[in-house]
Design a protein around this ligand. Structure first.
Ligand code: LLP
Length: 408
C-alpha cells in the first residue's frame, strides 16, 4: 500500500523511504517524529512548479516546523522564509536563509523584534498596525536602512472554509487591517520616508478547503492596491491544504494558480506555505503502553499525547493511525489516548483501529506540520525526539536528542 512517495508498507512493515519505522522507533525510542527530507523537498519543488506561471516566490512558513535540518535544506534550495518572531528569524538565518528573502509577519511584533528585523536587513515586514510603522521608521533611521519594504496586511473580511480556530480572514479576527485603515495609512505615507509601501499581504486561514474564498480575498487585495502604483507585490500568505484522511483529496493547486494568474497580472507574487511543504513528510511514532476495556469502550493508551501532537485536542484534527506492522484483521472502534492528565488528551476518537497489544507501535500520519512545533513540556514530559531521513534516502539520524529533565 502506498500512502505517499515516502511512507508506505513494504512486506507488511511501514517504511519511511527505505527504512523500517519499527527499527527507527526501537533504536531511538518513542515518541519520535520521523521526517522524510526527500518528501519535504519534493513538496517544495512541486509547489514551485505549480506556482511558476505566477513567478511566485516561496517563503516557507517556519512556524509549521522549525527543525534545523529542514530549514537548512529549504534554504539550500533558495527558499525564502516566513517568520513570526525574532526567534524564527534567527532560526532562518542560522540555517543559511538570506535575510532579504525573509518576510516578518505577526500581529504582535515587539519593538525589539522589529528593530532586529530591520537591522538584519529582513526583506519584507508584513504590517498589521499603524504603530508598527513608527517603529520601523525609527529603526530604519537608527540603522541607516534607507528603504524598508512593507506589505500592509489586509483583513479581507472573507470567511474561509476551514476549522474556525485556524481562520484568520473574517472581519472579527484580530488579524490584518480593514481596507479603510490601509487607505488612511497610504494617504500618510510621506510621513514614513524610509518605508517603501510596496505590497499588500493577505492570509485568510490555514488548511483552506475552498479556493473561492482565496480568490475573493485576492480580488479585495487587488481592488485595494489598484489606485497605488507603488504597490507592486501581493503576498498571498499560506493556507494550502493537505489530505489528512486517505480518502480526502484537497482542491488541486493548479486550478487555484490558473484562476489567480488571470487576476494577478503584473504583480510580483509572494507565498508563505507551511503545511503543504512539511505535513505529509512527517509521522509521529508511539508505543502502546496499556489496553483498557472499560464502560463498553476500548482505550489504547500510548506514550505520545497532546504534549507531542496537540492538533487533535485543539482542533479535533484527524490524523490517520497506522500500525508499524500491518495488521491481518480489521480490529475495532477504539479510543487512542495519551498519558497526559487531561480528558482532551485523545489522539483518535471513536476510530476503527487495527487490533493493538501492549508493546505494539503505531504511526500518527501527516504530522510533519504543527506537530513538533506545538509540542510542550506540560506534565514535565520531555519533548519527543526527531529523526530525519536524508534527501537521498540513504541514511537517517536523530536530529535532536530528547531533553529528559535531569534528576537532582
Ligand atoms: N502565513 C501566515 C500569516 C500565517 O498565519 C500562517 C499560518 C502561514 C502563512 C502558514 O500557513 P499554512 O501554509 O501552514 O497553512 N496550528 C494550526 C495552524 C495554524 C496556522 C497559523 N498560521 C494547525 O495545526 O492546523
Amino acid at each position: 500500500m502506498v500512502l505517499n512517495s515516502s511512507f508506505r508498507y513494504v512486506g507488511g512493515a511501514l517504511q519511511v523511504d527505505d527504512f523500517a519505522l519499527e527499527a527507527i522507533a526501537s533504536e531511538v525510542g518513542t515518541p519520535v517524529y520521523v521526517y522524510s527530507l526527500r518528501r519535504v523537498l519534493g513538496n517544495y519543488r512541486r509547489l514551485r512548479r505549480a506556482f511558476a506561471p505566477l513567478s511566485a516566490q516561496l517563503h516557507y512558513s517556519v512556524k509549521a516546523n522549525g527543525n534545523a535540518a529542514i530549514v537548512e535544506a529549504l534554504a539550500k534550495q533558495g527558499s525564502g522564509f516566513d517568520c513570526v518572531s525574532g526567534g524564527e528569524i534567527r532560526q532562518a538565518l542560522a540555517a543559511g536563509g538570506a535575510a532579504r528573502q525573509i518576510v516578518f509577519a505577526g500581529v504582535g511584533k515587539t519593538r525589539a523584534e522589529i528593530e532586529y528585523a530591520v537591522e538584519r536587513g529582513v526583506g519584507w515586514l508584513n504590517v498589521e498596525n499603524a504603530l508598527e510603522l513608527e517603529y520601523i521608521q525609527a529603526a530604519a533611521e537608527r540603522t541607516g536602512a534607507e528603504s524598508v519594504l512593507v506589505a500592509l496586511r489586509l483583513n479581507p473580511e472573507v470567511t474561509a472554509k476551514t476549522h474556525p480556530k485556524i481562520a484568520t480572514g473574517h472581519g472579527g479576527a484580530k488579524f490584518g487591517m480593514t481596507a479603510a485603515v490601509i487607505h488612511a495609512l497610504l494617504a500618510k505615507r510621506n510621513a514614513y520616508p524610509r518605508i517603501n509601501f510596496a505590497g499588500i499581504h493577505i492570509h485568510i486561514g490555514s488548511q483552506l478547503g475552498d479556493s473561492q474564498a482565496t480568490i475573493r480575498a485576492v480580488e479585495k487585495a487587488l481592488e485595494l492596491a489598484r489606485p497605488y502604483p507603488q504597490i507592486r507585490a501581493i503576498n498571498l500568505g499560506g493556507g494550502l491544504p493537505v489530505a489528512y484522511q486517505f480518502a480526502e483529496s484537497p482542491p488541486p493547486v493548479d486550478e487555484l494558480v490558473q484562476a489567480l494568474s488571470s487576476r494577478l497580472g503584473e504583480y510580483r507574487v509572494l507565498l508563505e506555505p507551511g503545511r503543504a511543504i512539511v505535513a505529509d513528510a512527517g509521522a509521529l511514532l508511539a508505543e502502546v503502553l496499556y489496553v483498557k476495556r472499560q464502560a463498553g469502550q476500548v482505550f489504547y493508551i500510548v506514550d505520545a499525547g497532546m504534549t507531542d501532537l496537540l492538533r487533535p485536542a485543539l482542533y479535533d484534527a484527524h490524523h490517520e493511525v497506522l500500525p508499524l506492522r500491518k495488521a491481518s484483521s480489521r480490529g475495532e472502534v477504539a479510543q487512542l489516548v495519551g498519558p497526559v492528565c487531561e480528558s482532551t488528551d485523545v489522539l483518535a476518537r471513536d476510530r476503527l483501529l487495527p487490533p493493538l497489544q501492549v508493546g505494539d507501535k503505531i504511526a500518527l500520519m501527516t504530522a510533519g506540520a504543527y506537530g513538533m512545533a506545538m509540542a510542550s513540556n506540560y506534565n514535565a514530559r520531555p519533548l519527543p525526539a526527531e529523526v530525519l531521513v536524508d534527501a537521498a534516502g540513504a541514511g537517517w539520524r536523530a536530529s535532536r536528542s530528547r531533553n529528559l529533565l535531569p534528576e537532582k
